[in-house]
Design a protein around this ligand. Structure first.
Ligand code: GLN
Length: 203
């Protein structure tokens, strides 16, 4: 098939890093700020940043409903960190009026790792990726506290307390989410994995 066009939601956050990583993964990448721009892309990345701000701006820019419609229609979306929060059907420790796009049947806790450790890096085995573990960069990161039956867990990290492990990467259908930021590492395998998802969805 022809090279997929993948948008990066460019309201706030680390947009540029995702544009670079997607280009390195052989996608045509472009920023999306308006509903007209969303209509022109095959798939979307929602970047890391501040989910309360991204959510507020998505409502302000008239993108929240179009985003929900595209997700319901099967558009592939990859969310990192704040973007993972945006893909969650349910969030904990959000702001009272914080809306999400939703789509993944999961409960995500905001800033979950932040209380113990503002920011850290760790090697994480990632299901479906050959080779070395990925380097997980966590920056005031959320974790996934619960998933529904249709959600595939792709990566976990050992937990300091509570359960044995915390879920940090999931997939449900055409939706992919990670607590961490592969766009900051120079290792483009997770973006390549997403580009393959987008290609498969187009067939
Ligand atoms: N703590 C941020 C939030 O709630 C997410 C942090 C990030 O994207 N690096 O949106």
């Amino acid at each position: 098939m022809s090279t997929p066009t993948i948008g990066v939601l460019a309201l706030q956050g680390d947009v540029r890093e995702h544009l670079v990583a997607l280009a390195a993964a052989d996608a045509l990448a472009r920023p999306v700020r308006r509903p007209e721009e969303l209509a022109e892309v095959d798939a979307l990345v929602m970047p890391g940043g501040e989910s309360t701000t991204i959510s507020k701006l998505a409502v302000l820019f008239g993108l929240m409903e179009p985003l929900r419609e595209r997700v319901a229609a099967g558009m592939p979306v990859y969310g990192t960190c704040a973007g993972m929060i945006m893909l969650a059907d349910k969030i904990l420790d959000g702001r009272d009026d914080q809306e999400t796009v939703g789509g993944i049947d999961m409960t995500v806790r905001r800033n979950a790792f932040g209380r113990q450790n503002e920011s850290f890096e760790t090697a994480i085995p990632f299901a479906g990726l050959a080779g070395d573990p990925v380097t997980g960069v966590f920056i005031r990161a959320p974790w996934v506290e619960a998933v529904g039956a249709g959600v595939e867990v792709l990566a976990e990290v050992p937990a300091a307390d509570g359960p044995d492990a915390r879920i940090v990467a999931v997939r449900q259908g055409n939706l992919l989410a990670t607590s961490f930021h592969p766009e900051l590492t120079g290792d483009h395998r997770v973006h390549e994995y997403f580009v393959r998802m987008v290609e498969a969805a187009a067939r």
